[in-house]
Design a protein around this ligand. Structure first.
Ligand code: B12
Ligand code: SF4
Ligand code: SF4
Length: 347
């Protein structure tokens, strides 16, 4: 039997190292109106880039003329020691979300998508590819294609990968038979909603980004509102709480992608980050997602974490930063000093 077009495309995905490849029809996104309401309510906070071209985000046919299929891809990023067995987690001093432990996934996946697009062109397709930054409501098309289901946390859940996978898409003119959606297997579970430290999951499948620690530590541009600082705890970049509690991570296995393995910075003592100058910051976070915040906002986050978990030994470094840095970092350093002193950290 000759190989079908669908099998050939899945074969390309497997050769490029993707952990899943499924197809959805290119059509209007099911939750386009929900996206519009979210934007109109300002729940995207400072992410002005989310406001750009919402009509394209709602309909992939506006991205590629004659588009017939959205090829939905999954790539496992579960770093070794982070899977279902939480007792073997690597001990970290300030917490980074797992997706940021290794090399920037945009770089890793972009390269694979370029190669993928070349192979699809050889099959007669015209396509564009996206990972994260593109105007695609990625989780809608993942749900349509049966790449897991949309969890109550809004994170897409896969029966074998759990929560630890990235999504990417190729919008193509090739007509590939759509896969079936997968039933929602959250059942009565509400663990992600119950555990969220800031109450950011305001309803099942709905996150108010302005309350989310991932947003506050990565995307938010100014001072972190005081009401959230304590809840941020020791997190300095992103948040995994609603992912870690998901029972479907019992089945998660470590990623085969060596570039997602944890880099040294995840185990660095928090205080040492305060010594980074611009060059030091750029070198430490070269090819890392952490680079996105820039040094100033990263130091802001480090000060908040030190205010929550630091001790007397951290006061001299915080004092130095409070005197030498611009107002954004200095104000967070002063807050941290007051918190540590309030705990009896030092006179
Ligand atoms: C903006 C953004 C954020 C924002 C806002 C998050 C949010 N929930 O909206 C912030 C900065 C907070 C964020 C955080 C994170 N993000 Co983010 N983010 C995005 C981005 C760029 C757009 C998301 C978006 O359009 N939001 C608008 C809202 C309205 O849409 P939505 O959250 O996708 O929600 C829709 C679905 O729930 C959908 N839906 C789909 N199927 C179904 C089924 C049912 C029944 C229902 C009711 C709804 C539904 O309907 C909703 C309304 O449209 C996407 C990439 C992309 N282009 O899609 C990555 C993306 C969602 N992020 C990702 C990741 C990894 C994260 C973090 C885990 C990172 C971290 N550890 O810190 C957290 C998770 C926090 C969380 N609970 O969502 C991955 C998620 C992969 C996955 N397996 O789901 C994505 C897909 C990037 C990628 N290419 O891999 N993110
Ligand atoms: S990433 Fe953290 S703060 Fe954001 S919704 Fe999940 S648990 Fe809440
Ligand atoms: S924690 Fe429970 S409710 Fe939340 S996504 Fe996982 S299974 Fe669904």
């Amino acid at each position: 039997m000759p190989e079908s077009l669908e099998e050939r495309v899945r074969g390309i995905a497997a050769r490029l190292g993707f952990d899943g490849c499924r197809f959805a029809a290119a059509r209007e996104a099911r939750h386009g109106e929900a996206l519009q309401r979210w934007l109109d309510a300002g729940e995207h906070g400072d992410m002005a880039w989310m406001e750009k071209a919402p009509e394209r985000r709602k309909d992939p046919r506006l991205l590629v003329e004659g588009a017939r299929t959205v090829i939905v891809l999954a790539l496992n990023y579960c770093p070794p020691g982070a899977g279902g067995d939480r007792s073997s987690e690597i001990e970290v001093r300030g917490r980074f979300a797992r997706y940021a432990w290794g090399e920037d996934y945009h770089l890793v996946i972009d390269k694979k998508l370029k190669a993928f697009a070349r192979e699809l062109a050889a099959l007669g397709g015209e396509q564009r590819f996206y990972v994260d930054y593109g105007p695609v409501l990625e989780r809608d098309f993942a749900s349509d294609a049966g790449m897991g289901w949309n969890g109550k946390s809004t994170v897409q859940i896969h029966p074998e990968l759990g929560t630890w996978f990235f999504l990417a898409e190729l919008v193509t003119t090739l007509g590939l038979r759509p896969d079936r959606p997968m039933p929602d297997r959250c059942g009565k579970c509400t663990a992600c909603i119950d555990c969220c430290p800031t109450g950011a999951i305001t309803a099942p499948h709905h996150v108010d980004a302005r309350r989310c620690i991932s947003y506050l530590t990565i995307e938010h541009l100014g001072a972190i509102p005081e009401e959230f600082r304590e809840a941020i705890g020791d997190r300095v970049f992103g948040c995994d709480d609603c992912l870690e509690v998901c029972p479907w991570n019992r089945f998660a296995r470590a990623s085969g992608e060596a570039r997602f393995a944890a880099r040294e910075f995840v185990a660095m003592p928090l205080r040492e980050f305060l010594d980074l100058d611009e060059t030091g910051f750029r070198e430490l976070f070269r090819r890392s997602p952490v680079k996105r915040t820039g040094r100033e906002r990263f130091l802001r986050n480090v000060c908040v974490a030190l205010g929550n978990v630091g001790g007397a030994g951290d006061l001299p470094a915080l004092q130095r930063v409070a005197e030498a840095e611009g107002e954004l970092v200095a104000e967070h350093a002063r807050w941290a000093i007051a918190r540590i002193r309030g705990r009896g950290g030092a006179s």
